[in-house]
Design a protein around this ligand. Sequence first.
Ligand code: UDX
Ligand code: UDX
Ligand code: ADP
Length: 472
Amino acid sequence: MKIKNICCIGAGYVGGPTMAVIAQQCPDINVVVVDINEARIAAWNDADLNNLPIFEPGLDAIVKEARNRNLFFSTDVEKAITNAEMIFISVNTPTKTYGKGKGMAADLKYIELCARQIAKVAKQDKIIVEKSTLPVRTASAIKSILDNSGNKASFQILSNPEFLAEGTAVQDLLHPDRVLIGGDTSPEGEKAIQALVDVYAQWVPKNRILTTNVWSSELSKLTANAFLAQRVSSINAMSEICEKTGADVNEVAKAIGMDTRIGPKFLKASVGFGGSCFQKDILNLVYIAKSYGLDEVANYWEQVVLMNNHQKQRFSDHIVKTLYNTVSGKKITLLGWAFKKDTNDTRESAAIQVADNLLSEQAHVVVYDPKVASERIYADLEYLNTRLPEQNRQLLTVEKDPYKACKNAHAIAVLTEWDEFTTYNWQAIFDAMEKPAFVFDGRGILNQQEMEDIGFIYYKIGSQRPNFMQSN
Ligand code: UDX
Ligand code: UDX
Ligand code: ADP
């Protein structure tokens, strides 16, 4: 079966870039990305490519090439479903905020709504592809809704988890380490798998396209993210020991990374991992383990998230302690709000928790991020519900100019590893700050010697602090 028309439900960080690359690489396939969020679709259709709803290096060029050729963005969900032989589901699956599994399980209400919508309008056979991160065995839930729809169409459900990382999405999609496709082992299932393999094979080498059963595929996604997050929590745990003992976490990371069994990637100590996947997927894994009575397994993985919470907390605690145990009324500038560089996504960003802690200590927090809009920053804080929205707006200011943001500050905290932070005129920043001038580098991107030569009191995560700061 040759796929001619693809529909993707959900025009977010996953659906948008993935479909843009499929359309660019497969000019014979018509790709329609639909979303119920009209503003988002309008932004995808904006003639000015600077206004695309998500920032990803290289994405604008791909959208420019394929949009209105064989890539379309629309709010007409039903029409797109009707016309497509293959439907990707890329809607959000946040952690549940209510009821059973609250704070742990994935909320599948958006997925279920999609399945019901497909069931309602589909008159011909369809291949449904799960792209969103889902708990194991979601495919069977989708199938049961579709099979009971009462119409004659038959459905094959495939799991095709997304492994792209934000900030490098386009490169990850163009040159994936692997593409994973899980499906039914029946002949119809194998036909559906082959149809999706043929789409990817237009640009991905065949030996990088793996096929498995549905449940292996679903569980591999959770496992991959749990392993990656575990590496970050492991190196962050070591960063705290390094600070106490005089070892340097970057030296430790280099030394262990040269062991080919360990490898050099994902060993960068930080103020804590963020992003829409790591925490959510681990909590989801923990929930699944618990639901099978596997308490040791659940506790093992939960520790990765607890360690991450600790890392964020100890970073802000350290700022307060260093600033003579009070930051009340002091201006503290946060450089970076996104959860990593080269994205405007802020979901679960460590900056949110650090800012919230400092605001609770009555600091005057000023934020500069090159890509995050100020309304996003306030919305992230409001979501925590720690204080009234007016109070957040009173205590926290967003600046568009980094030098202005740092002027008269008592301290600067680097929370995202944006490249531009390393190119600033740090002497000029120092000259305009209150003294002593502190820099807390939560990403370890600045040069310690240069910062100290200028006169900063400089703290880098995972290296020993100057003696006078070691209050215990
Ligand atoms: C280990 C370290 O590898 C080595 O660098 C250090 O110097 C000493 O400790 P060793 O204990 O000799 O070496 O063997 P290793 O190959 O690391 O295996 C340790 C245990 O882990 C074995 O019981 C092995 O069977 C088990 N293992 C290893 C697994 O169960 N699964 C694996 O994938 C790898
Ligand atoms: C992740 C997975 O990498 C990707 O495969 C999956 O599809 C979605 O989740 P993403 O969240 O976009 O991607 O970014 P990633 O590069 O994995 O970083 C996640 C967080 O870990 C970021 O906050 C990053 O700053 C942090 N991190 C990463 C570290 O603190 N240290 C590291 O060494 C690596
Ligand atoms: P992700 O990072 O998984 O892509 P996003 O939140 O960026 O998550 O994107 C998910 C998108 O899915 C949102 O734009 C949301 O409006 C859209 N969406 C959710 N439910 C539906 C639905 N039933 N029909 C169409 N679009 C939906």
